[in-house]
Design a binder for this molecule. Structure first.
Ligand SMILES: [Mg+2]
Length: 177
């Protein structure tokens, strides 16, 4: 089976770890929604932030979400692991380095813009993702979607093949692989 997996806030505890940098960058405390909104309104700011993150190699410093590594290692023996991230392609090297550092195995790694992950998810029966909008799109292409629960995705789920989960253990309980 092909299993599609997002990286940020699914395997890596990105929001928690980068929040202090975001606060320092904006000069004030922001919620995840506010930070995303600020950057969406100002593409230059967004680009500048990502450039700084790249320059300091922030993606190589991220910590792990519990249960992700063991589960992916188990699955990797019998299934195809397809990582699909919406990180900019400039983070390709740092992303690979981080995966290697934590011994996270995978068969493919793709960088795709938000809302276009389905173009790389061909044949994935299962997808694990924390962006609800992305999940709603992926629901047309994958049989089963697991929405990794976070404060920013606590909205109503429309598609019946999306299940909200709070942990990797819960994903394992829902899938007998
Ligand atoms: Mg994510």
């Amino acid at each position: 089976m092909r299993i599609g997996i997002d990286i940020d806030n699914v395997i890596a505890d990105t929001y928690k770890d980068l929040n202090p940098y975001v606060t320092r960058y904006f000069g004030k405390e922001t919620t995840s929604e506010q930070a995303i909104e600020l950057m969406r309104d100002n593409k230059w700011l967004q680009l500048h932030y990502w450039f700084k993150a790249w320059r300091y190699g922030l993606p190589t410093t991220l910590s792990l979400i519990d249960g992700a590594v063991d589960t992916i290692r188990d699955w990797h023996n019998n299934h195809e692991i397809i990582m699909i991230t919406s990180r900019l392609p400039i983070f390709k090297r740092q992303t690979r380095k981080w995966l290697e550092k934590h011994g996270i195995p995978y068969h493919e790694l793709h960088h795709a813009k938000e809302k276009t992950k389905h173009t790389k998810a061909e044949g994935c029966e299962v997808f694990i993702e924390d962006n609800l909008e992305e999940c709603e799109i992926l629901a047309d292409f994958c049989k089963q979607i697991f929405l990794f629960d976070h404060p920013w995705n606590r909205k109503e789920i429309i598609r019946p093949n999306i299940i909200r989960v709070k942990s990797w253990q819960e994903i394992r309980n829902n899938l007998s692989l």
